[in-house]
Design a binder for this molecule. Structure first.
Ligand code: CP
Ligand code: NVA
Length: 295
């Protein structure tokens, strides 16, 4: 049995298999007559809809479960929740505050567990990001992507995904919000070519993609004002997009806070791929779910 709590739970060869399955025009009906439990402790538009539709396309029945219903570690323990859901479902995917909850669920070894976003990672997003880059450029070989913003859950999974597929990555962020040495070592151990910048302009010069995410993630709302101050000057603007290579694109996992991490004009720019990227959440989820239930 396999779990997908972070991109590097897969080998590079397995990641390539998942990305190939995501592109398959005839989804294998591997969930026919089966259920997939989708548990959410936080709100979601893209992750819920793309996961539900991916399960449907694999012939299965998605069950959306709000945390109010299962009450992880409130109504009953994470272990009792997963041991119960495993009796109905062929995979359980969850969006949680605390990544350790996913690790405890996976440790029960009763059903494949998939991370739909935690405080540490958003690996399902990274799969869609790689699909988007591949669709755009025809290959991931030799690409360079700059992430402008917080070294958060989205950045971590993306940096690992880039490292595993040979995409060079850069991050531009204020010092206090940058990656830890542990993060950088993890990326480099996978062969990742990563550079850290404390200003965006030099970091985006000539790159193939600029990526950003919100400065304040779900669960960090009390830090919002301090973060707004720290990230001043890091907004992705059309002018910044103009510094990329002539074929460069703009990416954002969404939801976007226009006027904060990105300008309205940059989201609406012809270089923006944010909605194809959102669509790719469904294709990549289909690839991952098909792969994991066949292990
Ligand atoms: N990108 C993403 O995960 O969006 P949602 O929070 O709407 O699911
Ligand atoms: N970093 C954001 C991503 C939302 C999809 C968050 O965790 O809220």
């Amino acid at each position: 049995m396999r779990h997908f709590l972070e991109v590097d739970d897969l080998s590079s060869a397995e990641l390539a298999e998942v990305l190939e399955l995501a592109a398959s025009p005839a989804p294998p009906q591997v969930l026919a007559g089966k259920g997939a439990g989708l548990v959410f402790e936080k709100p979601s538009a893209r992750t819920r809809n793309s996961s539900e539709m991916a399960v449907v396309q694999l012939g299965g029945h998605p069950m959306y479960i709000r945390d109010e219903e299962v009450g992880i570690d409130k109504r009953e323990s994470a272990e009792d929740v997963i041991r119960t859901l495993a009796r109905y479902h062929s995979l359980v995917a969850a969006r949680v505050y605390d990544h350790k909850v996913l690790e405890r669920m996976a440790a029960c070894e009763v059903v494949p567990v998939v991370n739909l976003l935690s405080d540490e990672g958003h690996p399902m997003q990274a799969l869609a990001d790689l699909v988007t880059l591949n669709d755009e450029f025809g290959s991931l070989d030799g690409l360079t992507l700059t992430y402008v913003g917080d070294a958060n859950n989205v950045w971590r999974s993306l940096a690992l995904g880039c490292a595993m597929t040979g995409v060079k990555s850069r991050i531009a962020c204020p010092g206090d919000y940058g990656p830890s040495e542990i993060d950088l070592d993890r990326v480099r151990a996978l062969g990742g070519d990563i550079e850290v910048f404390d200003r965006p302009e030099a970091a985006v010069e000539g790159v193939d993609a600029i990526y950003t995410d919100v400065w304040t993630s779900m669960g960090q709302e009390t830090e919002a004002e301090a973060r707004m101050r720290a990230f001043e000057g890091f907004q992705v603007t059309e002018e910044m997009l103009g510094l990329m290579s002539p074929k460069g694109i703009f990416m954002h996992c969404l939801p976007a806070h226009r006027g904060e991490e990105v300008s309205h004009e940059a989201v609406e720019s012809p270089l923006s791929r944010v909605f194809p990227q959102a669509e790719n959440r469904m294709h990549s989820a289909r690839g991952l779910f098909a792969w994991i239930v066949q292990q």
